[in-house]
Design a protein around this ligand. Structure first.
Ligand SMILES: Nc1ncnc2c1ncn2[C@@H]1O[C@H](COP(=O)(O)OP(=O)(O)OP(=O)(O)O)[C@@H](O)[C@H]1O
Ligand SMILES: [Mg+2]
Length: 367
């Protein structure tokens, strides 16, 4: 038997879903790239699981459409959708063995017993659980249960794979090795994949695209680096990693691509996106990532500040500094990983210059 790669283009258009008065989805639109992993991120209750349940067909949308390769599939029952799903809490059948759990989807699809045996063996090998066929879920560790759930979703050779916080229950070490395993299996079988995660690092590591949700809507989607470097709003900037935030007023353009923003006594340069709603005179939130700030000589860099270092924390591969600019009511966090930038205890009370490149200055739109 040959396992063919068959991944589909998934297009969600303006999906709406209410539970009584509770609005779960308020117009979700999203395009998934065939064969690629998209991470769905967002705070608890923003509609991530609901989105997956609609794609899998376990719920129906009140409004909006779901397309697989331009075919509208809103009314198609779950078993006719070629979708594999790993549920937020695994949802293994407790009374069934590992083998029976995995075979269940194939039996639902009325496949023959020889074929079922071959496919379950193959998938058990893939998730490294050969030999565990006869155990029940209660006799497995969390990581092993997670792999059974993954095997159960993959065994039907899904065109679309939905993973709802599949690594949520695992400790850091197991989580990281499972991330590699997941990525390897996904690449080998090639389904169009959505992974829901609360772990933004996991999202940035695993996926080719990231979609950030808030209050039942996708507020920004794109390549992980673009979302990280060019968040449109404060919500997205803060949701994806640490950011130093301060307020400013846009004072004008510096060139076609760059603008100037004034904050207290300083003026900073920022990239002015073509399609942005920012205008001269707008009050904006400025943001800069801690790892984009460097220590330098006085006056070095277009965007610089004189600060005093108040404290620092050693974090193994890097050190995080608290840098107080004169007259600010909160310190900026600076993360430095290179020895060159280490500030010695001697200089804690002396003013020191920090700077960041204009490309790393984020000016955020109002939501
Ligand atoms: N069956 C249901 N009945 C009533 N309300 C529901 C139901 N399922 C979800 N909701 C509500 O819809 C909203 C979205 O829920 P959803 O489970 O999609 O959130 P989520 O983003 O997956 O959150 P989490 O990160 O906590 O898993 C929430 O306010 C939730 O309480
Ligand atoms: Mg959920």
């Amino acid at each position: 038997m040959v396992w063919e790669k068959m991944s589909v283009n998934v297009h969600l258009h303006n999906l709406r879903k209410r539970y009584g008065r509770q609005v779960a989805l308020d117009g979700v639109s999203l395009d998934l790239v065939p064969g690629e992993i998209t991470s769905l991120l967002g705070p608890s209750g923003c509609g991530k699981t609901t989105t997956l349940r609609l794609i899998a067909g376990f719920e129906t949308a009140d409004d909006g459409e779901i397309y697989f390769d331009r075919k509208q599939i809103n009314k198609r029952p779950p078993e006719k959708r070629e979708v594999g799903m790993v549920f937020q809490n695994y949802c293994l059948f407790p009374h069934m063995t590992v083998q029976e759990n995995i075979a269940f989807g194939l039996q639902m699809r009325r496949q023959g017993s020889a074929e079922i045996r071959e496919k379950t063996e193959r998938i058990l090998d893939m998730v490294q659980l050969a030999g565990y066929e006869e155990r029940r879920p209660s006799e497995l560790s969390g990581g092993q249960q997670q792999r059974v759930a993954l095997a159960r979703a993959l065994v039907i050779d899904p065109a679309v794979l939905l993973l709802d916080e599949p690594l949520g229950a695992l400790d850091k070490g197991l989580r990281e090795s499972m991330q590699f395993e997941l990525k390897r299996i996904q690449r080998r079988l090639g389904p169009t994949t959505i992974i829901v995660t609360h772990d933004q690092e996991e999202a940035l590591t695993l996926s080719g695209r990231v979609a950030v949700m808030k209050n039942g809507k996708v507020v920004q989607s794109g390549a992980p680096k673009d979302i990280y470097d060019r968040p449109r709003t404060r919500f997205v900037a803060e949701f994806l990693g640490g950011a130093n935030l301060f307020s400013g007023i846009v004072t004008g353009r510096k060139s076609d691509a760059f603008g100037c923003v004034a904050s207290r006594r300083e003026t900073f340069v920022f990239p002015w996106p073509e399609m942005s709603s920012i205008q001269v005179g707008s009050s904006v939130t400025c943001a800069v990532r801690p790892e984009h700030i460097h220590f330098g000589k006085p006056g070095e860099g277009d965007n610089s500040l004189s600060v005093k270092i108040a404290d620092s924390i050693f974090r193994g591969t890097s050190r995080t500094y608290e840098a107080w600019p004169d007259g600010y009511d909160a310190p900026l966090q600076v993360i430095s990983s290179s020895d060159r930038n280490q500030v010695t205890d001697m200089s804690y009370d002396k003013p020191i210059n920090i700077y960041w490149n204009p490309e790393n200055m984020m000016v955020l739109e109002e939501e």
